[in-house]
Design a protein around this ligand. Structure first.
Ligand SMILES: C[S@@+](CC[C@H](N)C(=O)[O-])C[C@H]1O[C@@H](n2cnc3c(N)ncnc32)[C@H](O)[C@@H]1O
Length: 310
């Protein structure tokens, strides 16, 4: 606990970089390709019939590569919303060319062997030919279309670009209401401070019949010695650990996400939880977490897809 407190305290010191730049995952094109196709394959399984036209991503991190994979596969417009400007156009350009090769090769989805910690797991990691058939790929990989996406990578801030990178994003007006077919995120919703606002905004943005798809990692993210130790800290200790960093983790358990989904109006299509044995004693938890259910205490992660009713 001492080292975690120290990190928080250090973030208050002048001259110490507390920007939290650099997230890891999306620096790899194979990771971006894998994550996009996992969300897409799962969405297909849960009722998506065509490639979504307009997608939005919360927290793309080091590159907008997951969104670039979405565009290459046939989406027409992509919004990326973050709170720290991790991504830059050089990274994005390199990742784009690598992604293109993966789609041209119809490469299988990098699976558990290559990315053992990335979820959701799929039943099959074969290239999804049923969803991305040759006719569709002939259209989406047309040189003129690819050239347009390549050009847009350097122009993500202009209002008429079909890649919109908004950092920081603030409230539901950042995207026009009911214009999005799919909002997704990978390892992000556990970091969002204003979590209810995020669910509410997503409901506003998504078209009736549109979907959201999120992989949420509910573990302690190195803020504690154990996977679930973050729930054991009293509020005052947590405040110090959080420090002045632009984001850390919001410590919300699975049941909060489930409640917000339903409160916003979403219809849950798929809820896949990943469990670990709890190391906590419920009667010794701080007041804020005393109401956690037995399911919350063992849920280390969840993949959820939900729909806005028609
Ligand atoms: C663990 S990183 C994941 C990055 C990327 N999705 C990936 O799979 O590698 C968490 C990301 O969430 C972003 N984030 C934190 N709070 C956020 C918020 N309120 N809205 C959008 N993104 C947020 C961070 O800036 C960071 O990019």
């Amino acid at each position: 606990m001492l080292s975690q407190i120290l990190e928080g305290v250090l973030s208050y010191l002048p001259g110490v970089d507390h920007s939290m730049k650099g997230t890891g995952g999306t620096i790899s094109s194979r990771y971006c390709y894998s994550v996009w196709l996992r969300h897409l394959v799962m969405a297909r399984k849960n009722g998506l019939s065509t490639i979504p036209h307009v997608v939005a991503e919360l927290g793309p991190g080091d590159s907008i590569g997951i969104g670039l994979a979405a565009l290459i596969s046939g989406c027409d417009k992509y919004y990326a919303l973050d709170v720290v400007e991790h991504a830059n156009s050089d990274y994005n350009a390199t990742i784009f060319e690598e992604l293109l090769e993966l789609f041209r090769d119809r490469a299988d989805i990098p699976g558990e062997g290559e990315f053992p910690r990335v979820k959701p797991y799929l039943d099959s990691y074969d290239f999804p030919h049923d969803l991305l058939n040759e006719k569709h790929l002939d259209y989406s990989l047309r040189p003129e279309r690819i050239a347009k996406i390549r050009k847009a990578i350097g122009n993500t801030e202009s209002d008429n670009s079909f890649i919109q990178y908004k950092v920081p994003w603030d409230g539901d007006t950042v995207i026009e209401r009911e214009t999005i077919d799919l909002v997704y995120s990978q390892a992000v919703l556990e970091h969002v401070d204003a979590l209810w606002n995020a669910y509410d905004c997503m409901y506003t943005w998504v078209k009736p019949g549109g979907m959201i798809s999120h992989q949420i990692d509910l573990k302690s993210h190195a803020t504690a010695e154990t996977w679930d130790g973050h729930w054991g800290y009293p509020a005052v200790v947590w405040k110090i650990i959080r420090g002045r960093r632009p984001f850390l983790i919001n410590r919300e358990p699975f049941s909060t996400h489930r409640a917000f989904l339903s409160q916003a109006g979403f219809e849950v299509l798929c809820e896949r939880t990943y469990e670990q044995r709890s190391t906590l004693q419920k009667d010794r938890l701080p007041e804020k977490f005393m109401k956690m259910t037995a399911e919350d205490l063992r849920t280390a992660g969840v993949f959820v897809q939900a729909r806005k009713p028609l």
